[in-house]
Each structure stands twice: as structure tokens, then as C-alpha cells.
Design a protein around this ligand. Structure first.
Ligand code: TXA
Ligand code: MG
Length: 313
């Protein structure tokens, strides 16, 4: 079992000694280790059973830590950082030689973000190195949005969890590469495409998933509960005498067991409960889970993306 603590200095000590620590962020909890040390980073991959072709996001708490990681910063990247950091936005940069190849899976670009969680910002500012941190879940399973989620699936392999309460945003960061023309969104997330386009003053392209993804968050099957989950359809209801769980938005679904994402139809509230709801339903006495697409705007687009990868066809 992991030790769960609110002691930031203890977390700093563990990390400085080369241990892994699960850290709270506003999006989801991360499984963190010293990003500048390839041996420590390899322990992250092992703990998550994550394939080495899936690169990690580096978390920084200051401009100085950013400058240690990257070779240069473009004006468009400056603009987005100014608007959204600290926050749920990850940017791609040409990597500096400080960043070991294992972090980027050999790619020339490194993904960096400054998370907006007071405890983790304080932790990063205490450390002399940035933190590589993927979401703290076994590869392919639902991301964790509280310390207990991390404990329940990675408790055997993570010595320490820094408990920062529930993640307020609840879906992972948006990943953007501004070096392409037009800029590309590699993963939908906590900052909406509309907000990014407004900030840059230009349209962006959204990369579709593929069998050779640039970001394995783009793999067709990902973020999935163990129970089968499907998009709602009339046929599934009439043919089934099994017990059904529903992931509901504004009371839009019926079932034997329901998890309500937001009574009042608030997409921000729904995002903050999405992974919690999927995990909770996964543990109920039901045979399958149904969900309907959410309104496709703002955080709704990122949620539909995650649900699409979680649902079987
Ligand atoms: O909100 C988040 O981003 C959370 C918290 C912990 O910060 N982290 C997270 O990490 O979602 P992870 O590893 O579960 O997802 C990171 C995604 C992966 O799909 C990975 O392929 C992509 O980021 N990524 C990382 N480095 C990349 C790079 N150099 N080029 C393209 N994609 C990259
Ligand atoms: Mg993940």
C-alpha cells in the first residue's frame, strides 16, 4: 500500500532520493519522477506497464525549469503560456539535451506543462529538477482524479501519494503543437479548442486517432473501464435482461444504477466527475454501462473524445 500524505516536503524528499510519487494536478493525478534521470523515468514506465513508445509530459513550476527542458520558445507558444499557464495545457517544444530520450520516446520534441495545483506548484518550486508524470493509472485504464483512485490501482508500486483532494478539471490537459501550420491539437482536454483558437487568432487542426498515434492517448481503446461500456442505443435496452449502469448528463439516461455527471447540465461540473463516475460504475453490480454523447462544445468535446475511446463498438 502507498503512504498517503499532505506533506509537500516529504514528497520532495522522496523525489530527490529517486523515488516515484503520485502528485495531484487540476486535471488528473500524475505518477511523477525526476525527468532528468533516465533510470528514474524507466521506473515510471514499469510501474504503469506503459509501452516505451508512449512519451511522457514534463511538469515545470517556473520559467527556469521550462528553460532547462526546451531548446527554444516560439512566439505562439509564449502567447498560449501567457493565457493558460499554470493550467490544463501541454505544449510541444524542441527538447534540450537535458531531457533524456526515454522521456520523449526518442522524439525530438518534448511535451511540457505547468500544472495549476497549489501543492504541486509548491513541490515543483522546491525541486531542482522538473517532473516527468503520466496519469497515475495502469496503462489503458481510467485516469485517477483523487488519491484513493491511485491507491486502488497503483498502491503496490507507488511508495507515496501526495493528497491534494479531488482534481478540479477532471480531464487531462489539451496537447498543442504550434510548430505546424496551422497549429495542431494532438489531444482534446481541459482547455477547449475554441479557447485556443481565440487566443492564437487562427484556426487549428485536430489530429484524428490512428493506429500509429503520435499520442497514445489517441489510441482507439483507452481510458476504458473493465466493464463493457457502449454508446446508448435502443437495441441494447430491448435485447437485454442484464443489469445496466448509466452515466447520465442532466438525467438523460435510465438504468438499474445511475451516476449523474451534472443535474443542471454544467459541462465543467460533468468533466470534474467523469472519471470518478466511470470508476464508480465499474465497481457496481451491473453488466454493462451506457452513455450518450455530451454537447459537443467546450469541455464536452474532450469528454466525448474520452468516452469514444472507452466505449466498445
Ligand atoms: O493532464 C495531463 O496531461 C496529465 C497530468 C498528470 O499532467 N498527464 C497525462 O499524461 O495525461 P499521459 O502520459 O497519461 O498522457 C500524455 C500524452 C500521451 O498520450 C503522450 O503520447 C503525449 O502526451 N505526449 C507526451 N509527449 C509527447 C511528445 N513529445 N509528442 C507527442 N505526444 C506526446
Ligand atoms: Mg494517461
Amino acid at each position: 500500500m502507498s503512504v498517503i500524505t499532505k506533506d509537500i516536503e516529504q514528497a520532495g524528499l522522496f523525489l530527490s532520493q529517486g523515488e516515484l510519487v503520485a502528485i495531484p494536478t487540476e486535471t488528473v493525478y500524475g505518477l511523477a519522477g525526476n525527468a532528468l534521470d533516465s533510470f528514474i523515468v524507466s521506473k515510471i514506465f514499469a510501474a504503469k506497464q506503459r509501452p516505451f513508445f508512449d512519451p511522457l509530459i514534463v511538469h515545470v513550476g517556473s520559467r527556469k525549469q521550462l528553460l532547462d527542458c526546451v531548446a527554444d520558445i516560439s512566439p505562439k507558444a509564449e502567447k498560449l503560456m501567457e493565457a493558460f499557464w499554470p493550467g490544463p495545457l501541454t505544449l510541444l517544444f524542441q527538447k534540450s539535451t537535458n531531457i533524456p530520450d526515454i522521456v520523449t520516446s526518442g522524439l525530438p520534441k518534448v511535451a511540457v506543462r505547468m500544472p495549476n495545483h497549489p501543492m504541486t506548484l509548491q513541490l515543483l518550486q522546491l525541486l531542482s529538477f522538473p517532473l516527468a508524470a503520466p496519469s497515475a493509472n495502469p496503462f489503458g485504464y481510467i485516469s485517477p482524479t483523487c488519491a484513493e483512485h491511485v491507491q486502488s490501482h497503483l498502491g503496490d508500486v507507488v511508495p507515496l501519494i501526495l493528497d491534494g483532494g479531488r482534481s478540479s478539471v477532471g480531464v487531462e490537459s489539451t496537447i498543442v503543437d504550434v510548430s505546424t501550420t496551422p497549429p495542431s491539437v494532438l489531444r482534446l482536454g481541459g482547455v477547449s479548442v475554441e479557447e485556443i483558437e481565440d487566443c492564437l487568432g487562427e484556426r487549428v487542426m485536430i489530429q484524428q486517432s490512428s493506429s500509429q498515434p503520435q499520442a497514445p492517448g489517441m489510441l482507439d481503446s483507452h481510458y476504458a473501464p473493465r466493464k463493457p461500456m457502449y454508446w446508448w442505443s435502443e437495441d441494447l435496452l430491448s435485447n437485454s435482461n442484464e443489469r445496466m449502469g448509466g452515466l447520465s448528463f442532466q438525467d438523460n439516461i435510465r438504468g438499474d444504477v445511475i451516476f449523474e455527471l451534472s443535474d443542471k447540465g454544467d459541462l465543467v461540473e460533468a468533466a470534474s466527475k467523469l472519471f470518478q463516475g466511470m470508476r464508480w460504475l465499474d465497481e457496481q453490480d451491473i453488466d454493462f454501462i451506457l452513455v450518450k454523447p455530451l454537447p459537443n462544445r467546450g469541455l464536452g468535446s474532450a469528454m466525448n473524445d474520452r468516452l469514444g475511446r472507452a466505449c466498445r463498438s
